[in-house]
Design a protein around this ligand. Structure first.
Ligand code: CA
Ligand code: CA
Length: 300
């Protein structure tokens, strides 16, 4: 299996618009910056084909005098209208007013196992269900049309973190290599990644067998500690509190599900205390990081 990665996924921290609602949002993953070419990182679990999943900022104080809606932003699924007193307000968007999808990659599979034409259709539909039980339970499940996802077997579940860890490390190294012009990493992050990058024992990106990945994790365990923390920090943004909500995890999870059938099960079992949040300790444990190496100060 050879999968191409758009590593913009991992720039999520940089690109995320501030979402205002806990549920239903995959944050914006694609900035308007020129897109960096896709690096080939070998066998990796992630491919990202992201459209626009940004949650617009709910309210902008700067309301234009003439058309109060001009500068008034509504979150995804809502549009601005003025009331009798010419004050702007957000109302649910009519799904039929959404532009049609330009391709399958814009489709969204909801947790109701229904394919929505675009994220606009999805969020508009969800908005119309606000306040209902059905609406409360409806989330964006993954990107692409709904399809049969085979059950994840126990032995397959164990393979998932092997590929994921390797991928995270490779993404960081690639970001480091390209950092000169792009400022993709902070100075502190660069120092951390430099150590990995310059380590000659580092397993180069490639199409590695699971045995080799497992062996490398054992042998070069230290190289994996930072990448696992880094990804957590990229996702833990709204709010930055050491816990990942379903929504915060979505930028990683939603593009992954159609390609890695163990994604859902993996992240479900990550939440070992079943409180619906993935704490840093739970996250690190999922990726095989030892308890004594979990360090919130590594999220820099
Ligand atoms: Ca959080
Ligand atoms: Ca938990």
């Amino acid at each position: 299996m050879r999968v191409w990665i758009v590593f913009l996924l991992c720039l999520a921290g940089r690109a995320m618009a501030a979402p205002t609602e806990e549920e239903s949002v995959v944050e914006e993953l694609v900035t308007e910056d020129p897109v960096v070419e896709e690096p080939e990182l070998g066998v990796n679990p992630v491919q990202v084909e992201i459209g626009e999943f940004d949650e617009a900022i709910e309210v902008d104080e700067d309301v234009a005098a003439e058309n109060p809606c001009l500068e008034y932003h509504c979150k995804k699924g809502k549009v601005c209208e003025v009331d009798e007193s010419n004050s702007p307000m957000c109302v649910c968007q009519d799904p039929s007013s959404c532009a049609a999808a330009e391709g399958e990659f814009e489709h969204i599979c909801g947790t109701d196992n229904k394919t929505y034409d675009t994220s606009c259709h999805f969020f508009a539909t969800k908005c119309t269900l606000d306040g209902t039980k059905k609406g409360h339970k409806l989330h964006l499940d993954y990107i692409g049309p709904c399809k049969y996802i085979e059950p994840c077997l126990d032995n397959e579940l164990g393979e998932f973190p092997l590929r994921m860890r390797d991928w995270l490390k490779n993404v960081l190294v690639t970001l480091y290599e390209r950092d000169e012009d792009n400022n993709l990493l902070t100075e502190k992050q660069k120092l951390r990644v430099q150590k990995i990058y310059e380590n000659e024992k580092r397993l180069q990106a490639g199409d590695h067998s699971l045995d080799l990945l497992a062996h490398d994790f054992e042998k070069n365990y230290n190289m994996y500690i930072f990448p696992v923390h880094w990804q957590f920090g990229q996702l833990d943004q709204h709010p930055v509190d050491g816990y990942l909500t379903h929504t915060e995890l979505a930028p990683l999870r939603a593009p992954l599900i159609p390609m890695e059938h163990c994604t859902t099960r993996f992240f479900e079992q990550c939440d070992s205390d079943n409180d619906k949040y993935i704490a840093l300790e739970e996250w690190a444990n999922c990726f095989g990081i030892k308890e004594q190496d979990v360090d919130k100060d590594l999220i820099i």
